[in-house]
Design a protein around this ligand. Structure first.
Ligand code: 5GP
Length: 260
């Protein structure tokens, strides 16, 4: 497919104008960034795997009635999506303490939270995506009350679905980030799930070994990020050489095989 006009380039994806009005082509890059782009690198093949994983998750979410922007995958790195008006909020859902909540509140990483937490971060690179309260979202008009109700309900449904989906392949869903957007029908709008769901924006821990199978391998210089992303795809049955039931991942062995 010939490339169309570029609409936006983000850290991990590029958006191009789609073939019909109201559609976009979402291109998945291998580029990886962390700590508000202070750390940059590439994870070989990440774009291809994230495109597949996101297709899989969004398709299944669609089947259970979580409206989202995914239309269809076009090729290895591209998918056709509905154009949305992005709501400038990152919605983080947490089941287990890790990352910024552990740092901010001194909760040891790995501690189960008493119940699932939803947090909101204002999407602004210059400010480092600060944590905000629902009052800020209402006060500054980033989303209205009804939209926030829908967002929270969808976030919980996504969490319930994904926690089960990953548990079935021996992976603990620690936390993840979602983004939502508005679609308009005349004067009326509704909120749908947008962006992507992949190991870039989730914390995924092997339930047996505790091994991290997500972008924290890159953020924390653990190595083996390619293998970790592939392992998630393999366990979901998305790789052609799928070896069947999941086994306990030995990242050290994988890294040795690659000479790293
Ligand atoms: P934390 O707030 O602990 O850094 O991140 C919580 C969860 O949201 C993690 O799964 C992390 O991957 C995801 N997350 C938060 N902010 C971003 C972001 O800007 N980009 C991506 N890819 N994931 C994010």
């Amino acid at each position: 497919m010939s490339r169309r006009r570029q609409i936006y380039e983000g850290k991990a994806k590029i958006l191009y104008e789609g073939p019909e009005p109201g559609t976009l082509i979402q291109y998945f890059k291998d580029d990886a960034t962390a700590f508000n782009a202070q750390k940059k690198g590439t994870i070989q093949g990440k774009g291809v795997i994230n495109n597949r994983i996101s297709e899989y998750v969004f398709t299944r979410l669609n089947h259970i009635g979580v409206p989202n922007h995914f239309i269809r995958r076009l090729n290895m790195r591209e998918q056709l999506v509905r154009q949305v008006e992005i709501i400038p909020i990152e919605v983080v859902v947490r089941n287990v303490a890790a990352g910024s909540i552990s740092k901010r509140l001194g909760i040891p990483e790995g501690e189960m939270l008493p119940h699932t937490l939803i947090e909101y971060y204002y999407k602004d690179d210059a400010l480092g995506d600060p944590l905000v309260a629902e009052e800020h979202i209402a006060c500054f008009g980033w989303a209205n009350h009804d939209e926030m109700q829908d967002i929270a309900a969808m976030a919980i449904r996504v969490n319930d679905f994904m926690a089960g989906m990953f548990a079935a392949i021996n992976i603990r869903l620690v936390d993840f980030k979602l983004e939502f957007g508005r679609i308009w029908d005349g004067d009326f709008s509704r909120v749908i799930l947008a962006d992507e769901i992949s190991p870039d924006g989730c914390r995924l821990w092997d339930m047996t070994t505790g091994e991290k199978l997500d972008k924290d391998r890159f953020r924390r210089d653990l190595g083996g990020e390619e293998e970790a992303y592939q392992e998630v795809a393999r366990r979901l049955g998305l790789l052609q050489d799928d070896a069947g039931p999941s086994e306990v991942l030995d990242l050290t062995k994988h890294r040795k095989l690659r000479g790293k």
